[in-house]
Design a protein around this ligand. Structure first.
Ligand SMILES: [Zn+2]
Length: 150
């Protein structure tokens, strides 16, 4: 991955991190100042491309279980940029598709591996529900979120 692209993804992650921290901060306080701290902190002069990509991330974020979880993923991605492992799939070690990273800069697996993970998860869930049909599946909503990322 070239430097320029990496820098752009890093900026997207940092921007997302800022708005997440603002959102988490305003959630932990009363709603008094939430309008000022969320969403309006965007830098002036940001180009249209970056703005639309930020929008995509916001859409994806709606499917995440919580801001905290999302922030963890963003932090992990930033740490990987620091130590030079960013953009490599945690499963197979190959480069993650750049279009995937642009839509989801915090992705840790390539599309093929994510599909395998989803499949494994689904399979084990079906296995589990066969074994204990009475029990409620607490992971159902988490899996639905994962699917929404595709
Ligand atoms: Zn992979």
């Amino acid at each position: 991955m070239d430097e320029e692209r990496l820098a752009k993804l890093r900026d997207m992650l940092l921007e997302k991190r800022r708005s997440l921290l603002g959102a988490i901060d305003s959630l932990s306080q009363d709603s008094a100042s939430s309008k000022e701290t969320t969403g309006t902190s965007r830098m002036p002069g940001e180009n249209a491309d970056a703005a639309s990509e930020t929008l995509d991330m916001d859409t994806l974020m709606l499917s995440m279980e919580s801001e905290d979880e999302f922030l963890r993923k963003v932090d992990e991605a930033l740490a990987k940029i620091e130590n030079g492992t960013y953009g490599l799939c945690e499963e197979c070690g190959k480069a993650i598709e750049e279009t995937r990273l642009e839509a989801m800069p915090f992705a840790t697996t390539c599309i093929a591996c994510q599909k395998k993970i989803d499949y494994r998860r689904k399979a084990s869930r079906q296995e589990g529900s066969r074994l204990r049909e009475e029990e409620e599946d607490g992971k159902a909503s988490f899996d639905a979120d994962e699917e929404a990322e595709e």
